[in-house]
Design a protein around this ligand. Structure first.
Ligand code: CUA
Length: 163
């Protein structure tokens, strides 16, 4: 009887220790990588020095493909680029950030509707099949120029040299 008690006590102690170790490791880890995966961070005061945002706009993800990265800076009270052309049929991954306050980034008529937050890069991927124009609007109140914050995506036929 005495022997079993000892075994149970040491088993209990061991599992408690293991639990605390796991908790400790995940807490430390969590501090470096946010729980929600895929969140990229950026220093809001140094966006221009960041290679990703030094020249915002459309960039080929891989040469000769229909995949693009599209970088947008949302600031009070404008988007950069103010207009962008995308070849019809391309898959575009949006990367949006803000150097100042929280802005919205809604591509009218699509599922793209996110926030542009200082310090974070919001991403969303979608394919533009149909030629046409999409207005980008800010849907987070950000100040006096809020309603003037717009950009335009123009989906065009046969726009790429590599076709
Ligand atoms: Cu930017 Cu509202």
């Amino acid at each position: 009887m005495h022997k079993y008690e000892k075994i149970w006590i040491s088993l209990g102690t061991a599992s408690l220790a293991i639990f605390l170790i796991i908790l400790g490791i995940s807490a430390v880890h969590g501090g470096h990588t946010p729980a929600a995966s895929g969140i990229e961070t950026i220093h809001p005061e140094h966006i221009r020095e960041d290679a990703r945002f030094s020249e915002p706009g459309l960039k080929e993800a891989t040469e000769g493909s229909h995949d693009y990265d599209l970088y947008f800076i949302a600031s009070a009270f404008m988007y950069e680029p103010g207009e962008v052309e995308i070849p019809a049929g391309s898959t575009v991954k949006f990367h949006v950030t803000s150097p100042d306050v929280v802005h919205g980034f809604q591509v009218v008529g699509t599922n793209v509707n996110m926030m542009a937050e200082p310090g974070l890069i919001s991403t969303y991927e979608m394919t533009f099949d149909e030629p046409g124009e999409h207005l980008i609007v800010c849907n987070e109140y950000c100040g006096v120029g809020h309603a003037d914050m717009t950009s335009v995506i123009k989906v065009v036929n046969g726009g790429t040299e590599n076709e």
